[in-house]
Design a protein around this ligand. Structure first.
Ligand code: PHE
Length: 454
């Protein structure tokens, strides 16, 4: 083994692995994106399709990424070079790098909003405002020029500072106690939301499926949301997988991460939708949903001032543990493949992301008129990454594990060289070889209109 391989850092404990991977998965995708996409796509029916994807395709892609990463001990692109030398499989990694750029760019816009709202909460800025004034406040902020940009850059800098510190002292150390704290706080907010007058309407919206609402678009949105929320399809979990020790039970880890991610999404729904209906708002308000709804909830609760601060603080942190994993994809790639020192890689890559990110943020203000294929810049980045790049990445990842890596290596990774028993090996191989790739393609084709199934 070369010195370089020996000095490769990794997660130090099992809980550290789960915290980091769940930290990547649980983020704005669950709390900001899940409610608004579910709200726009019919609620209960969307939830059902979403859960179906998470438990079948999602779980398999996650496990496939862990397998690739731990086997190769390399970054998202280098892993394919190691496992399939002298071939074009590394292009999957390249697609992941592109996805990481795009995702970090638009994600930092929304993450920046959490910082603005944290400051507003601390300054008691929601106090005395009714639902329409809170709405107004959000729109005014979103349309202003400097503030959203400043917060966005601040957020990118924050991410970069932690990523520079490395895997154990940066990523693992912080995620380990921040994730459980977020969980507890969401449960408290759910309880408050559920005791609002008219809460049941929100629950009906979220949990009662209306099958007539399931269309090709809803199915694609559910698939995209599953990939986005689970951090799969771009190599974030290949990168984290490469930091996981050889004795870690990968299927167990993947399962625990999926449970955590799904629970937070559902809890976020339980926290938001009762409030949406109780305050007479509309579930399909779009990207601003969480920011327009929750301040109303804080206003109504005892200790709302403190809860508001805590909530936006933890939301910012949840976003941070996700952006860390996105930036880590880029930094691990640049430092291992381009031989750039970690510090320099972090600086250069976050600067590039910030430049791209400015366009995402400005698409809510000065560039709001710019439309590409009928979408604003932000929308285009978000939809293209979640609904195209990630599912396509996932498609190639399962094909790689199912057909290229082969049963022996997969079995070796899943059973830790035959030291643990894994019962579903055959099922897993069947899913990654046939079910997942076919299902992903069907959904993508259907949404492109090449095929009509809904
Ligand atoms: N899963 C993260 C979230 O839900 C976002 C993310 C997507 C992170 C893709 C890494 C890779 O917020």
């Amino acid at each position: 083994m070369s010195d370089k391989t020996n000095s490769r850092e990794g997660f130090s404990s099992k809980f550290g692995v789960i915290a980091a991977a769940a930290g990547s998965a649980v983020g704005l995708g669950n709390i900001w994106r899940f409610p608004y996409v579910a709200g726009e796509n019919g609620g209960g029916a969307f939830l059902l399709v979403y859960l179906g994807f998470v438990l079948t395709i999602g779980l398999s892609v996650m496990l496939a990424e862990f397998i690739i990463g731990r086997r190769a001990q390399k970054n998202a692109l280098g892993a394919f070079r190691v496992l399939a030398p002298k071939s074009l499989w590394w292009l999957i990694g390249l697609m992941g790098i592109v996805a990481a750029f795009v995702i970090f760019a638009f994600y930092s816009t929304i993450a920046g909003w959490t910082l603005e709202y944290l400051v507003q909460a601390a300054a008691n800025g929601f106090s005395g405002k009714d639902a329409s004034q809170i709405n107004e406040m959000f729109i005014t902020f979103q349309h202003s020029l400097a503030r959203p940009l400043i917060w966005q850059v601040a957020f990118i800098v924050l991410t970069a500072v932690i990523v520079v510190a490395g895997v154990q002292k940066g990523i693992e150390k912080y995620t380990k106690f921040l994730m459980p704290a977020l969980f507890v706080l969401i449960i408290v907010l759910c309880i408050r939301a559920l005791t609002l007058d008219g809460a049941s309407q929100g629950l009906i919206f979220l949990f009662k499926p209306d099958f007539s609402k399931i269309t090709g678009k809803v199915i694609l949105e559910a698939l995209g949301q599953a990939f986005f929320s689970m951090s799969i399809g771009m190599g974030a979990l290949i990168t984290y997988g490469s930091y996981i020790k050889k004795d870690n039970h990968l299927p167990k880890t993947a399962f625990q991460v999926v449970i955590a991610d799904t629970m937070v999404a559902i809890l976020a729904g339980i926290m938001i939708f009762p409030a949406v209906f109780a305050f007479g708002l509309s579930p399909n308000a779009g990207t601003g949903l969480v920011y327009q709804v929750l301040p109303n909830l804080f206003q109504q609760m005892t200790g709302g001032y403190v809860f508001a601060i805590l909530f936006f603080l933890l939301l910012a942190i949840a976003a941070l543990t996700s952006t860390i994993s996105v930036l880590e994809v880029l930094v691990a790639w640049a430092s291992e493949e381009l031989k750039m020192p970690r510090r320099k890689a972090t600086l250069v890559l976050s600067t590039l992301v910030a430049i791209l990110g400015v366009f995402a943020t400005l698409s809510f203000s000065n560039l709001s008129e710019v439309k590409i294929f009928g979408n604003g810049i932000f929308e285009l980045m978000e939809k293209f990454a979640a609904n195209t790049l990630l599912p396509l990445g996932g498609f190639f990842i399962v094909i790689f594990v199912g057909w290229k890596l082969g049963g022996k290596i997969v079995a070796d990774e899943l059973t830790n060289s035959n030291t643990i028993k894994v019962r579903f090996l055959k099922i897993f191989m069947f899913i990654v070889r046939y079910i997942a790739p076919v299902a992903i393609l069907l959904v993508l084709f259907n949404s492109l209109g090449i095929l009509k199934i809904g």
